[in-house]
Design a protein around this ligand. Structure first.
Ligand SMILES: Nc1nc2c(ncn2[C@@H]2O[C@H](COP(=O)(O)OP(=O)(O)OP(=O)(O)O)[C@@H](O)[C@H]2O)c(=O)[nH]1
Ligand SMILES: [Mg+2]
Ligand SMILES: [Zn+2]
Length: 498
């Protein structure tokens, strides 16, 4: 079987047989001379004995090929996209993982591809029989996590202005993802790079909260695998896109392709900075982000990527939000998405945003065919400023959670996306702001039809005067047009009701 997939970094296409590998065995220049004398190539070239010279030169070239060095393809991918230096974890060895030799099958003495029991290429052996399973993309040489490409892949982008809470949210979500998805009967395994993300961005009592994601840096994608009850698997890729890159058009040109290729978008809204809660000023950055994305996607008509619009830091909105559901844990029912609890939330948020962020709501409606509202807190507790010491003993100010974090409803947007992907059933129809509008439009059109019908009834069934006939025909046409529009709205209502 041929497995075909796209790279989660450059989106280049490839077959599992095209991947390259990071070699395990590496040589330093002084080891290139297999005789152990540390000679340079030019010294070996003058050896008289043909056999001896050729043997040493062949081995010299092979060892040089297997030496650690800066990989241009890999580093250029970061610099060409102005992502700065790589953000990949260099690993604990003296040689950073990305400087290890890039090797391919049947080249300089390597083995052929080695496959798993399903015929998926997983391994290569170097000439010294050392196995490597560290695959890289053939286009950009970025790492492909174990098993990536074997199962269908879905991409999710988490976006929002700087400080909206994306990194804190993702750290908490990934840390507990297996527990969350168990409630909808899905088994989830985060990849080592996701575990590394949580380690790098800890969210716990007394530990400094993540600092702003460096604006021009590219955060490594987060991966996890989902196993369904019927044995089917899927791979998820999540991108944490720094706030600055959503606010500035030029930056979005670099990050837009991650959004464009996404199967779902999670948009975070800061209630203080963007909605003016707790004396915050409320600004229009969110509208800028929405406009930029829409311009970038440049699609006429609605964008149909499911979009979860989430108010983060809901702990700061305890006095504003009235439904008790907001501060309860998500309760699933028979492993299904709890539509009853959720609809209460969605309706209240829809009304809240109607009053407090009308422009944003209008934009969402104008640009997106499938969106819904959420509110969560990743911390569930207050934070405080404190002084900490760095490795050189210097004091610096840091922000830490006051109590052990107690996240609320952070899994709900993901569960909703899962309902959109058809992974999970809902306990009933899910309320959506789109439905609300379609329903209003439908009732307006029905009233209009009634009025037109009344006018129509005033005409005799067979009109003798040609003027009457014409007017009658026009009324009939108008009614037909409205009926067609209602049929379309009904389809929409049905679609959004899921
Ligand atoms: N009260 C409260 N504060 C939060 C919560 N989540 C994040 N914060 C605060 O918001 C700050 C910024 O959060 P980050 O996750 O770093 O924000 P970001 O969206 O990743 O920002 P950039 O990396 O700059 O794009 C944190 O340092 C916390 O002080 C929450 O659930 N409740
Ligand atoms: Mg961040
Ligand atoms: Zn690639």
């Amino acid at each position: 079987m041929d497995y075909k997939f796209r790279c989660p970094y450059c989106f280049g296409e490839m077959s599992h047989k095209d991947v390259l590998f990071r070699g395990v065995t590496t040589f330093r220049p002084e080891e290139f001379d297999v005789s152990g004398q540390g000679r340079m190539r030019s010294d070996i070239e003058i050896i008289q004995d043909d056999n001896e010279r050729n043997r040493l030169l062949t081995e010299y070239d092979r060892r040089e090929y297997f030496s650690a060095k800066r990989d241009d393809v890999y580093n250029n991918w970061y610099s060409d996209h102005k992502f700065g230096e790589t953000s990949e974890n260099p690993g604990s060895d003296a040689i950073p993982v990305y400087d290890r030799p890039i090797i391919k099958p049947h080249d300089h003495g390597t083995s052929g591809l080695i496959y798993d029991e399903d015929g998926f290429a997983i391994e290569l052996r170097d000439p010294w029989d050392e196995p490597t399973r560290e695959r890289v993309c053939k286009h950009c040489h970025n790492p492909l996590p174990l098993g990536y490409g074997k199962y269908p892949v879905r991409y999710i982008s988490v976006i929002g202005i700087s400080g909206a809470g994306k990194t804190v949210y993702l750290s908490k979500l990934i840390q507990n993802i297996s527990e969350y998805t168990a409630h909808i009967k899905l088994a989830t395994t985060p990849s080592p790079s996701s575990v590394e993300f949580v380690r790098k961005n800890p969210v716990k009592e007394g530990a400094q909260l993540p600092i702003a994601t460096f604006k021009s840096a590219f955060e490594q994608p987060l991966f996890y695998n989902i196993k369904f009850g019927n044995g089917h698997n899927e791979t998820f890729v999540i991108y944490d896109i720094a706030g600055e890159n959503c606010e500035q058009r030029n930056n979005l040109l670099r990050y837009g392709k991650f959004v464009l290729n996404s199967n779902g978008i999670i948009l975070l809204i800061d209630p203080v900075k963007e909605l003016g809660i707790n004396g915050g000023k409320g600004d229009s950055k969110l509208d800028i982000v929405l406009d930029n994305i829409n311009d970038y996607i440049g699609k006429k008509g609605l964008n149909d990527i499911p979009l979860a619009v989430c108010i983060s830091k809901s702990d700061l909105m305890k006095d504003t939000l009235t439904s008790e559901c907001f501060f309860d844990k998500v309760r699933t029912e028979n492993f299904q998405f709890n539509a009853k609890d959720y609809n209460e939330i969605s309706k209240e948020l829809s009304e809240f945003l109607q009053e407090n962020a009308l422009a944003t709501k209008m934009k969402l409606n104008l640009y997106y065919s499938c969106y819904n509202f959420f509110a969560f807190t990743a911390l569930g507790c207050a934070t405080k400023k404190t002084y900490m010491c760095d490795e050189f003993g210097e004091e610096y100010e840091a922000e830490i959670p006051k109590n052990p974090p107690n996240p609320k409803r952070i899994e709900e947007p993901l569960f909703w996306l899962f309902t959109q992907f058809g992974y999970v059933k809902a306990t009933g129809p899910i309320y959506t702001p789109k439905n609300e509008e379609a329903l209003t439009a439908r009732s307006e059109k029905s009233t209009e039809i009634k009025e037109l019908q009344e006018q129509l009834d005033r005409y005799p069934r067979i009109c003798i005067r040609s003027k009457d006939r014409r007017e009658r025909e026009q009324l009939e046409l108008k009614i037909k047009k409205l009926q067609n529009e209602i049929a379309k709205l009904d389809q929409e209502i049905k679609r959004f009701a899921q």
